[in-house]
Structures are given as structure tokens and as C-alpha cells.
Design a protein around this ligand. Structure first.
Ligand SMILES: Nc1ncnc2c1ncn2[C@@H]1O[C@H](COP(=O)(O)OP(=O)(O)OP(=O)(O)O)[C@@H](O)[C@H]1O
Ligand SMILES: [Mg+2]
Length: 262
């Protein structure tokens, strides 16, 4: 089944900036896809178009092969934008986490169960009673992600989910995303960071600085094409540069260690 099928997407901001121009993206259910591109390529705009938060000037987005109405699939699709404040507007973090599921037809007990579980997974327990604006920047990002997860979406669109997050929390978030993917959740992650891509995606949609799709393909194929990445103002992952030109180029430090027989 196709989770998201976008064709001919075009979007210009009111000041005339053409952020997305003629982009096609298809995401199959259960896939892990990265939207990779340099700053200003239009990743965030594209993610908001794919999530139905913004209407395109041209083109369509179809969900689950069923509908082009994003509001009709809000209980199956969550979008995490780059701005945590989009999700944190209640008096306490607990209420922010409960907000999404409380819009669904769920019992109060079930809403509480979800809040407790996600808070536990993202180590937010001590923060639940705090006003969200009292959280640190990294804590706000985790709380915003948590609020996207409590609706238990089938499709999760994430804009730079680990930027501004420390190493321990980054590892926790990445392992949570892996577990969600193993459960069949579709993941679309936007990032300018080639190092992150192997951890969140099996397939890459590569955007160039002009916001056009420069290439799309398996993560290994895109991340080992150093010329292609450089043309898109991106730097290949460190271990790819280290092993460039050899056989079986590793994409991550863990792969490199395995290759070195460590
Ligand atoms: N509200 C806005 N009004 C006008 N132009 C905007 C607005 N938001 C973004 N843009 C422009 O649209 C283009 C795409 O921006 P977008 O935020 O989608 O890029 P991005 O790939 O997410 O970049 P980053 O990696 O820095 O997050 C940029 O040229 C940006 O300056
Ligand atoms: Mg962005």
C-alpha cells in the first residue's frame, strides 16, 4: 500500500520565494525515507505539504490511496515540524501529550496510558507537570516528538527530530524510531545531516540547493555517491570519505568497526 503519493508539488511563500517546485514523492507503507538536502532546499516546506499542514499551489498529495484530505487521516498521520512551540501550548507538558489522543475517540484511561508510556520512552517523566515553556530547547524537542507519538500514527513525518538533542537522548530517540519502524510505522525524516541518514532511512529523496529532486535511491547508493552529494552542497558521512574508493564502503561508525574486525 502507498502511504503518501505526492505529484507535481509546488509552493511559493507570500513573499514570492518558490520553496518547492515540481516535486514528486511516493512513500510506501512501512518505508523509512529521508528527505535530505542543504539548508534552504525546501525540506521543511515539503514535509508540511506532505503532512497536509500547508496546501500546495499546484499538485496533489494522496494518503493511503484513499483521499487527498489530510484532515480525514489525522488519526493515522503525525507531523513533527521544526518548531516545538507548534505542539507545546497547554499549561503542562502532560496536557500537551494528551492533546492529540484526546481529540480521538479514546477513553481517558487509554489517553493516560499513552501519555505515561511515551513519557517513559522519551524520559520525560519528571517534566510532565512543568509548563512547556520552562523546558530547555532539547527537552522541548523531545516533548514535541512525544506529543506526535501519543496519537500512535501509522505514518510519522519528522523534521530534524534530533537536532539540538544530546547524545544520550539522540540514541534513545533513534532506537525508539527503529522500534516504531519494526512495528510497521512509516517514517519520513527531513535532515541536512548525511551522518543521520543511515540511522533513519533505507531510501533517500535528495534535494539540491534549488529545491529540485536531484536523485532518489537506496540510502547506500546515495550516501556513497560523493560527487552527487557535493553537487548538492552536502558532505558525505565521515566514514564514507575515510573508506572512499574501497570496496564495501561503510556508512556508519558501527559498520566501519565491523569491517575492521573490531
Ligand atoms: N515563511 C517564509 N516566507 C518566505 N520564505 C520562506 C519562508 N519559510 C521558508 N522560506 C524560504 O523557502 C525556502 C525553503 O525553506 P525551508 O525551510 O523549506 O528549507 P529547509 O530545506 O527546511 O532548510 P533548513 O535545512 O535550513 O531547515 C528557503 O529559501 C527559505 O528562505
Ligand atoms: Mg528545515
Amino acid at each position: 500500500m502507498t502511504a503518501i503519493e505526492a505529484t507535481g508539488l509546488r509552493y511559493a511563500y507570500p513573499d514570492g520565494t518558490l520553496a518547492v517546485d515540481g516535486v514528486d514523492v511516493t512513500v510506501e507503507a512501512g518505508e523509512r525515507v529521508a528527505l535530505l538536502g542543504p539548508n534552504g532546499a525546501g525540506k521543511s516546506t515539503l514535509l508540511q505539504l506532505l503532512g497536509g499542514l500547508v496546501d500546495p499551489d499546484a499538485g496533489t498529495v494522496r494518503y493511503f490511496g484513499e483521499t487527498t484530505d489530510a484532515d480525514a487521516v489525522r488519526d493515522r498521520l503525525s507531523v513533527l515540524t521544526q518548531n516545538p512551540a507548534d505542539y507545546l501550548f497547554n499549561p503542562t507538558v502532560r496536557e500537551d501529550l494528551a492533546y492529540g489522543p484526546s481529540q480521538q475517540d479514546l477513553s481517558a484511561v487509554e489517553v493516560d496510558r499513552r501519555v505515561e508510556r511515551v513519557a517513559d520512552q522519551l524520559d520525560l517523566g519528571d517534566l510532565l507537570s512543568k509548563p512547556p515553556f520552562r523546558l530547555s530547547g532539547g527537552e522541548q524537542r523531545r516533548a514535541a516528538l512525544a506529543s506526535a507519538l501519543t496519537v500512535e500514527p501509522a505514518v510519522l513525518l519528522l523534521d530534524e527530530p534530533v537536532s539540538n538533542v544530546d547524545a544520550a537522548n539522540r540514541a534513545e530517540i533513534l532506537s525508539l524510531l527503529s522500534a516504531l519502524s519494526a512495528d510497521g510505522v512509516t517514517l519520513v525524516t527531513s535532515t541536512p545531516d548525511t551522518e543521520l541518514v543511515p540511522h533513519v532511512a533505507d531510501r533517500v529523496v535528495l534535494l539540491d540547493a534549488a529545491g529540485e529532486v536531484a536523485a532518489t535511491g537506496p540510502t547506500r547508493e546515495i550516501l556513497t555517491d560523493t560527487d552527487l552529494l557535493t553537487d548538492c552542497d552536502l558532505r558525505p558521512p565521515q566514514v564514507v570519505r575515510l573508506f572512499d574508493g574501497r570496496e564495501d564502503v561503510p556508512l556508519t561508525v558501527a559498520e566501519a568497526r565491523a569491517r575492521l574486525g573490531d
